[in-house]
Design a protein around this ligand. Structure first.
Ligand SMILES: [Zn+2]
Length: 259
């Protein structure tokens, strides 16, 4: 086990119902199997139950399955002992990723509970990706998919020579939806974080069209930031749409930790 105590940062040992450090800080496994390793409560943080539901409903349509395949393909280019997913949500991508020992972290208790119920190959934990309860240099593959980049922590937990895979929206991601929502739709700006101790090795864009019906479109908007940053008129226009052809576009970047 690579987990450390969120209070005193010493290694955690696992027993039947809980994990515990030498200083006797103890954390119980939830019924579904996840751990809550959040040092201090973060009120209102993480995605709520509604967003979790919308996301699982939409992702079950398989519209983003090609992204999952691409992530797995990249990770499998090298053997993976310890895999870590930062901002793993419901474990949609985590569950298929390679690794003898796998960890998924997210702030949302609802999302983590769902992930732990559906994927028994991974130890899921509620934790901040900016204060990870993980040992130094323990992971040879780290993934962040549609979540903020916790650069310092990523460099800290990655073994020398290990990889970090970052997935973010591509330029044209859901552009057709934005054409309905906004008077002046914009393309996504592509960016590349600079992470001390790591170097970018590879970058690719992948794209696929998919069509959505009315209910999948409503789920989709619920799981994106657009739901909160769009005027009522735009949302009303979108609610009239019965069927739509959309572009799913993703940018994948691979970074490697210096030896
Ligand atoms: Zn402790």
């Amino acid at each position: 086990m690579k987990l450390i105590c969120p209070v005193c940062h010493t290694p955690l040992e696992s027993s039947e119902h809980s994990v515990c450090c030498v200083n006797r800080h103890s954390f119980d496994y939830a019924r579904s199997g996840y751990l809550n390793l959040l040092n201090r409560p973060a009120p209102g943080a993480g995605d709520n139950a509604g967003m979790v539901q919308a996301r699982t409903a939409f992702l079950s349509t398989g519209a983003y399955a090609f992204l999952k395949e691409e992530i797995i393909k990249i990770l499998k280019e090298e053997p993976v002992e310890v895999f870590v997913d930062l901002g793993c949500g419901e474990g949609t991508y985590t569950s298929g990723c390679p690794g003898k020992e796998k960890y998924g972290f997210d702030l949302s208790k609802q999302a983590i509970n769902y992930a732990a119920k559906h994927d028994k190959t991974t130890q899921y934990a509620v934790a901040s990706i900016f204060h990870l309860p993980l040992e130094n240099a323990c992971a040879d593959a780290v993934l962040t998919c549609f979540a903020p980049v916790a650069g310092e922590e990523i460099a800290r937990i990655t073994v020398p020579g290990g990889r970090f895979v970052l997935v973010s929206p591509g330029e044209m991601h859901l552009y057709e939806m934005k054409q309905v929502l906004y008077d002046a739709p914009y393309k996504n700006e592509l960016s590349s974080p600079s992470i001390a101790g790591m170097e970018k090795e590879k970058e690719l864009q992948i794209e696929q069209k998919f069509s959505v019906d009315h209910s999948s479109l409503q789920s989709l908007i619920q799981m994106t930031p657009y739901a909160y940053h769009t005027g009522k008129e735009g949302l009303a226009r979108l609610s009239q749409v019965e069927q739509m052809e959309l572009t799913a576009s993703f940018q994948l970047q691979v970074f490697r930790r210096h030896y």
